[in-house]
Design a protein around this ligand. Structure first.
Ligand SMILES: Cc1cc2nc3c(=O)[nH]c(=O)nc-3n(C[C@H](O)[C@H](O)[C@H](O)COP(=O)(O)OP(=O)(O)OC[C@H]3O[C@@H](n4cnc5c(N)ncnc54)[C@H](O)[C@@H]3O)c2cc1C
Length: 467
């Protein structure tokens, strides 16, 4: 009977992100694996993917035995570090969905995502998880006229899907009345979206899974996944053998598992967080609706207003590391640029203090499409949400739970069901390609910001990064 990790102090997990620090849950690790065990379903990963799957398995099949094995504590990964957008946006944009699957199938995906936002809110109420779920909507801002075509294209795609009424273009003046951001040229307002406290959701969900009879092991690393007639999650302290299925729900960290190295790519994403603003600052900024905010820059940015009056600013941008290394996700030069960029959005915040900063990894498949598959060797795989997993993991958890039990979910006909992405290139080509695109995005954004023409290789960069 050995424990894989020595117990770690709750404070060290609280330092992972503001969300874990402020979630109000006891972060003392649960028991580790000690010896072999047999379950109906054994899940690698205590993030949203693993927990939603366990939740629906247990809620709908009370007799089932379900175990989760988590290397650190539940919520340690992206689920405890994200921007808190529970959005109806699938990892693939509406226009890409249309191009790939046609209007009707794309509309079905988008409607499923809208209902998923409702479902997350419903579960929070029903299971009494106070995750600060609030229907805020999203404002996709055009900061400068050069960003207008992007929101206009998005709007056209929503119109084609018959979802134009939920995604409306508003003028710069209307947008400014909602939030006083510099350089506004207009916005796309998406009504059907929410923001939440991801730390409270992920930790609350873990408690609910236990209440429904699930077993959660923490501080235990799965060192190998073995599929086949007797599938199992192998840890140094014992195997978890599964009668019905094992599930790999480790998102970006799966790149460290044999067999997954080229299935997805870990992409670092950074967040900086301000101190709570003063009432005077809020009066000048407005933003009373607390909408999720984003502009149209290539490196992606997103802003969330927390319920205690802070501004969270997130962006991608930290460089990819050779061999999909996930040990280094923080990048101080990127964080510094982000802090300065936030002040460009809101010059009134010149004196604001930044209390927190953290990083995490997104999982990105070669075609930016999540892979939710139950294979012949009783291996369920769920990964590749890019930066849009807070809601999508719920949809995918329901899909995988129903594939395991054979109980129809109604999502079997979605065009993305059972999708398997092509593999990423072998190293060092993957490294060279990703670094080129990342660096190209910075050049494209810098040129647009300075009013220069796009770099000569911009079409190539965009083509390489195409979803
Ligand atoms: C900075 C950042 C901002 C984001 N913002 C948003 C947002 O605003 N909205 C949105 O929709 N999405 C956002 N995302 C994406 C979203 O957070 C993820 O898509 C989602 O949380 C993925 O959940 P998951 O359970 O699949 O993965 P994770 O939460 O990463 O969970 C995987 C778990 O598996 C564990 N694990 C890995 N390997 C092993 C092993 N070998 N043995 C045992 N356990 C293991 C890890 O410790 C981890 O806890 C963001 C992500 C990041 C990093």
């Amino acid at each position: 009977m050995t424990s894989v990790h020595a117990p770690s102090a709750p404070e060290s997990y609280a330092a992972t992100s503001y969300w874990l620090e402020s979630c109000g849950d006891d972060l003392t690790p649960r028991k580790s694996v000690s010896g072999d065990g047999v379950y109906d379903v054994a899940i690698l990963g205590g993030g949203f993917s693993g927990l939603w799957t366990a939740y629906y398995l247990l809620r709908d099949n009370p007799g089932l035995s379900v175990a989760i094995v988590e290397r650190e504590i539940c919520g340690y990964g992206a689920s405890g570090r994200n921007g808190g957008w529970c959005s109806p946006r699938y990892p693939l944009d509406a226009s890409t969905l249309i191009a790939r699957y046609g209007v009707e199938a794309a509309r079905n995906v988008m409607l499923a995502m809208q209902r998923t936002v409702d479902e997350v809110g419903r579960v929070c109420v029903e299971e009494e998880i106070d995750a600060e779920f609030r229907r805020t909507g999203i404002l996709s801002l055009a900061r400068g006229d050069h960003q207008l075509p992007a929101i206009q294209r998005s709007h056209q795609a929503y119109e084609r899907l018959g979802l134009g009424h939920d995604n409306i273009l508003i003028s710069a003046a209307e947008a400014r009345a909602r939030v006083n951001v510099t350089q506004l040229s207009g916005a796309l307002h998406t009504a059907h979206s929410a923001c939440l406290h991801p730390g409270k959701l992920v930790r609350g969900l873990a408690r609910v899974v236990e209440r429904l009879g699930g077993t959660i092991f923490e501080r235990t690393e799965v060192v190998r996944i073995r599929q086949g007639a007797e599938p199992r999650l192998i840890t140094a302290a014992g195997d978890l053998v599964a009668r019905r299925a094992i599930v790999a729900a480790g998102e970006a960290y799966l790149t460290q598992q044999p067999g997954f190295q080229r299935a997805l790519l870990p992409m670092s994403s950074l967040i900086v967080l301000t101190e709570p603003l003063t009432e005077t600052q809020w009066t000048q900024i407005g933003w009373r609706g607390g909408e999720g905010l984003a502009s149209q820059v290539s490196v992606v940015d997103y802003l969330t207003k927390t319920t205690d009056g802070r501004i969270l600013y997130g962006s991608r941008g930290a460089p990819y590391h050779l061999g999909s290394n996930v040990d280094r996700s923080w990048d101080e030069p990127t964080a510094d640029t982000m802090r300065r960029t936030l002040l460009e959005w809101f010059p009134i915040l010149a004196d604001v203090g930044f209390s927190h900063g953290w990083a995490g990894h997104l999982g990105v498949t070669r075609d930016w499409t999540p892979n939710i598959v139950l294979g012949g060797g009783k291996l369920g795989q769920m990964f590749g949400y890019t930066g849009r997993g807070v809601s999508t993991t719920n949809l995918c958890g329901r899909m995988l739970a129903s594939a395991i039990t054979g109980r129809p979910s109604g999502f079997e006909t979605l065009p993305t069901a059972g999708h398997v992405s092509p593999l990423w290139e072998v190293e060092p080509f993957r490294f060279l390609g990703v670094r080129y695109v990342q660096e190209g995005f910075h050049r494209i954004d810098a040129a647009a910001k300075e009013g220069r023409g796009a770099p000569i290789d911009a079409p190539l960069v965009r083509w390489l990064s195409k979803q």
